[in-house]
Design a protein around this ligand. Sequence first.
Ligand code: SF4
Ligand code: SF4
Length: 448
Amino acid sequence: MELLEAIKWAGVVGEGGAGFPTYAKLNTRAECFIVNGAECEPLIETDKYLMRTFPEEIIAGTAAVSAHLGAKRTVVALKEKYEAEAAALSAAIEKSGADIEIVKMPAFYPAGDEHTMVYYVTGRSIPARGIPISVGCVVDNVGTMRSVHEALEGRQVTDKYLSVTGAVREPVMLRVPVGTSFRECVALAGTKLSEYAVINGGPMMGLVLSEKEKIDAAVVTKTTGNILVLPPDHYLVGRSKLKMQRIRLQSRSACIQCRYCTDLCPRWLIGQEMEPHMVMRGLWMEGQIKDDAEFVRAFGDAMNCCSCGICELYACPMNLSPRRVNEYFKGVLRSRGLESPVDPHPEARGSFSDRLIPTERLVARLGLRDYYPGHAERCLEYQPRTVYIPFRQSIGRAAEAVVAEGAAVRRGDLLAKAAEGLSSNIYASIDGTVRDISVQGARIVSGV
Ligand code: SF4
Ligand code: SF4
């Protein structure tokens, strides 16, 4: 099968972020192909585990994609402190004879941000709201490269590797069928807490789930890379509950215009139009600006925010939330049909390399020292009796069911077919009977 066809058939989506369907991202040519192994948020272990455990598969997937893209330069970028991972990948590169470089980055946040990584590796700044191909690059994650290799071997995406870290007895790696509940994953790692909150992802950009019903309903999808378990009264959990109205009032009265949020903003550092302190400055006159052009001048930068969280969780001495304010204004600008202009050739600021945020310092600021580094040494495999498989596990449209209530399925059977446009195939992850099927997803119960 041809590469894109195999990837589409297997239902591969980007495993490092929002889950862009990989066949669509790779439907291009590119000068430079960058494989992201930076795993930039603390307390996530998955990519490191995959690089140590499956280096040959990752390099085989990388070489196949590089050939497809016609890339002149192919790079795996990771942090210099990932010595075992770099050694494993180097050995795999040597064995394969592939022309792939390893670029070692300092341990800073957000080393794995696509825009930051492209700048670090190539010296090119992507325009605001742009994607890497606008400067000749494609970026994909190491886990995705393993899945590409699997697809080329004829294996569809049915299982997921993820780490469970934080307030657990032992940080672990898990290999579980897609659709396994978060509760079962946390139980495998064990926790002394009778009640807990979880973050789906990392502490900076992950989604905080603190309500019991939401945690009960959460399941592993193709994009789940980490479950971070925290006490329900942890700083990050409390912070996530702040209401927008309160954030706006606090921002209006307490912002001292120190501009640390701008000076440390990774998008500003690579030259994009992103000055969060100016958005904060304009907040008090929001209701008075009727003119669209003036509104864009005051708040247009908000559209260029990547929600990395540095301004809110690291930079601001007043504990304000420029990120949430930006998210609010993104919504307002969209609803008013407004867009801010973009410099097509941004130039990085000279201070880029002096303003990188060391991971260790970030961990201390986030109140996560007790759980860091929390390396996951063991990988447990687990077969749940029931899974709930959502039909939308990627950017784009939900897949469309091809089975009916009560159908008997085997692991690897097609459950829902990718819809027209951006979408991805969804497969049964265990043997069993289909229950509770809807346009949102289906439950599979084994042995019924
Ligand atoms: S860092 Fe905080 S106080 Fe300083 S300008 Fe930004 S929002 Fe205002
Ligand atoms: S979250 Fe803050 S630091 Fe990050 S891109 Fe947005 S404004 Fe910049």
